[in-house]
Write a new protein. Structure first.
Length: 383
């Protein structure tokens, strides 16, 4: 706000001494400014809050009950908005409820009271009207929990376009936004659902999620060897990991754990997984007994899958022979006959092998053996 200063008299000619009376008036003005400055330095916004509190009538009082004026009239006299006056008014009201300052009814125009320290003022006053809403209060609480001034957070919340621009232009802001979203997802199911939908709709993001998930599975496989001392074989058996295998897994895992947050772990995870998988296969092949168990487990795993598929090869849902004829093709019968021959040959081979069985420990039952086979990453099935 600019102030026009009108001299009471024409300026004295250069070199002339300032009249004594004028010097006294100037000294008084300087002293008054110094006192006002000192009061504000000690009390900050309290000094102006007091002016509002002792001059603006509280709600419920009519003009005839008090010499105070309304917030609108006070704002007109001050040359500012009524909203600004009310922010000081509400800050004083909150402080009065906490016993920091007198209530409005105890104050009258021109009254002086002892004011709290300047730093306390920021605990009650906000320079933004949005802080007075329920949304603003939530933002204020979150800002205080983070140890920052609420006005900064409120300013960002009031201008989402500016926030978007900062995220798009600055990697540091984008990273802060990402971490904030991740913290919020746990308590905001609606946001989590929308974010998942956005990812599914974007092919690049969907592929990235699949790649990260695959890398995570590979790291978990290596980590299990280190932490539990066990490893899963290609056929799904859990066996004790040899010492050299554990050492190699631990070496690869330490390299992955040392990666910075921004570094890609996919290639490291693939190398660790491939190395460990090769060592597991070598371990199986080098142990005759384990090799037999592995082939047995693999057979049962295939048998389980085949059984599940064959159970679906029925016409239980077809009511009449006419419907079967509608879907019939010669190739269906041919493939089923080939499967029948393959199964027959497999059964014959098993019966021949067991006609004169060698002395050995009892073979686990199909149910028992199947229970020992666990699911594997897709890479094992493809091998």
């Amino acid at each position: 706000m600019s102030v026009a200063i009108v001299p009471s008299q024409e300026a004295a000619p250069a070199g002339d001494a300032v009249p004594a009376a004028e010097a006294v008036d100037a000294a008084a003005l300087v002293a008054e400014d110094a006192r006002d400055f000192g009061a504000y330095a000690r009390t900050g916004g309290w000094a102006f809050g007091l002016k509002v509190a002792r001059s603006v009538r509280p709600g419920g009082q009519s003009a005839g009950e008090t010499p105070k004026v309304s917030a609108k009239e006070f704002a007109e006299l001050a040359g500012c908005s009524a909203d600004r006056v009310m922010r000081y008014y509400k800050a004083w009201d909150k402080a009065a409820d906490d016993g920091m300052v007198p209530h409005f009814e105890a104050l009258s125009p021109g009254m002086e009271v002892e004011l709290p320290d300047a730093d306390v003022w920021l605990s009650y006053y906000t320079s933004r009207s949005s802080a007075l809403t329920q949304r603003g209060e939530a933002i204020t609480e979150a800002a205080e929990a983070e140890g920052i001034r609420p006005t900064k957070a409120l300013e960002v919340a009031e201008n989402p376009t500016a926030l978007r621009a900062a995220i798009l232009a600055d990697p540091g802001t984008a990273e802060a936004a990402r971490k904030a979203l991740m913290d919020r997802l746990g308590e905001d199911p609606a946001l989590r659902t929308e974010l998942v939908r956005d990812i599914v709709r974007a092919d690049d993001l969907k592929k990235a999620v699949a790649a990260e998930s695959k890398a995570g599975d590979r790291v978990d496989y290596v980590r299990q060897i280190v932490e539990k001392g066990q490893v899963k074989t290609p056929a799904g058996q859990m066996i004790d990991a040899p010492a050299e295998l554990r050492e190699e897994a631990e070496r690869h895992l330490s390299l992955i754990d040392e990666l910075d947050d921004g570094e890609e772990s996919g290639e490291w995870a693939r190398e660790a997984y491939d190395t460990v998988r090769d060592m597991v296969a070598q371990t199986v092949q080098s142990d005759p007994e384990l090799r037999v168990q592995e082939r047995r487990a693999k057979f049962y795993s295939s048998l389980q899958k085949a059984t599940k598929v064959f159970e679906e090869l029925t016409f239980d849902d077809v009511d009449a022979a006419e419907e079967i004829r509608d879907i019939y093709e010669d190739d269906m019968v041919k493939r089923l006959e080939d499967l029948q021959q393959a199964i027959g040959a497999c059964i014959a081979a098993l019966r021949t092998a067991t006609a004169t069985p060698p002395a050995q420990e009892p073979t686990p039952s199909p149910a028992t053996q199947a229970d020992q086979v666990e699911s594997l990453p897709d890479e094992w099935d493809a091998s």
